[in-house]
Design a protein around this ligand. Structure first.
Ligand code: ASN
Length: 342
């Protein structure tokens, strides 16, 4: 551990992503030695900024990945590691997770469901460019994540990126290249960085519209859990939906507007059959802003009548990861439905 005047202590778990990549013949690829490289980058910060950084220690995965290759098992691994280290070291004040941006929002949402009862904040960050690239956003993001993880008033899983602090349950990757890579279309940022974090509303997270389950250590069978994403397109046919839903434990149905299905009895029947066969289907909107209102239109009511679970204003990332986690933890049928909508 490095030391700091206020003795705040943060654990950094480095899982991969562009921030730790190095250029190679085939393009940017994951590289090791993250702790030393990150410390070197932090050492380049002006003295006044370095001095207020919390004490920190690193846990570096020896198989860092491009997060475009992440599978749900990775989310469960990271949550397990966070729990393990917090149990081992009661003096930790926060955790930073270094992650690739491509699926950071997915991992962040999953961690939020899994780690609902943690005593300290978990802050996800990464970068659009490697630490050593000219003009990299990596050092600033790392600094901002460390500073957020050391704030005693914060809790839950957060994303610190490009000068904004976001609630991970609502976050989405919003830009392929900008420093401001994430957005929470259905929630205000929790804070903005102006040489230090300025928290809005004291940094309080928006109340979850679904109460988190308290049991953080439920048995998980991630490998055996199959969740699919079914995005409607104009002209989708029942056989196409049926093919995707075949054998799925769960599905996130991204419907039109306020939650509408094409007027197609065969398509509605395909959904009904899947639900009767045990597939849990959560419906959300394809619109990035706003919530579903299934009762508005006849087409929405037809969808509601199939027995889908209404995901309201959840992002695809939030709906998918919550469904995956509940299913992997053994919830199904009515129990799953009740816990999705407490
Ligand atoms: N492909 C990278 C990743 O997700 C993108 C990044 O981190 N900026 O690991």
């Amino acid at each position: 551990m490095t030391s700091d005047p206020d003795h705040r202590r943060v654990l950094i778990i480095a899982t991969g992503g562009t921030i730790g990549m190095r250029p190679g013949f085939a393009g940017l690829a994951p590289a090791g030695d993250f702790a030393a490289r990150a410390e070197h980058a932090l050492n380049q910060l002006p003295e006044a900024r370095r001095q207020v950084l919390p004490a920190r220690r690193f846990v570096e995965y020896d198989d860092p990945i491009d997060s475009s290759s992440a599978r749900p098992a990775q989310w469960y691994r990271i949550a397990g590691d966070i729990r393990h280290h917090l149990e081992q070291d009661a003096n930790l004040d926060g955790v930073v997770v270094i992650h690739g941006t491509d699926t950071l929002a997915w991992c962040g949402a999953s961690l939020a469901w899994q780690l609902s009862a943690l005593p300290c904040p978990v802050v996800m960050t990464g970068a659009q460019r490697p630490l050593e690239a000219p003009g990299s956003d990596g050092p600033d993001n790392l600094e901002q994540a460390l500073m957020a993880a050391a704030l005693p008033q914060l809790q839950g899983v957060l994303v610190a990126f490009g000068g904004e602090l976001l609630d991970a349950r609502f976050a989405r990757k919003w830009h392929t290249a900008d420093n401001l890579a994430f957005a929470t279309p259905n929630a205000e940022p929790l804070g903005v960085w102006r040489t230090q974090w300025q928290l809005k509303d004291g940094g309080r997270c928006r109340q979850p519209h679904r109460a988190p389950l308290g049991a953080a250590s439920l048995p998980c069978s991630p490998a055996g859990t199959k969740v699919v994403r079914l995005t409607l397109w104009p002209g989708i046919e029942a056989w196409q939906a049926r093919a995707l839903l075949q054998g799925a434990d769960g599905a996130v149905l991204e419907a039109w507007g306020s939650g509408n299905l094409p007027e197609d009895a065969a398509l509605a029947q395909a959904l009904r059959e899947a639900i009767e066969a045990g597939t849990a289907i959560v419906v959300i909107s394809q619109c990035p802003l706003g919530a579903t209102h299934l009762a508005n239109y006849a087409t929405g009511r037809a969808l509601a009548a199939t027995g889908v679970i209404d995901g309201s204003d959840m992002t695809p990332e939030a709906a998918f990861t919550r469904l995956h986690w509940l299913l992997a933890s053994g919830y199904h049928g009515d129990t799953l439905r009740q816990n999705f909508h407490p």
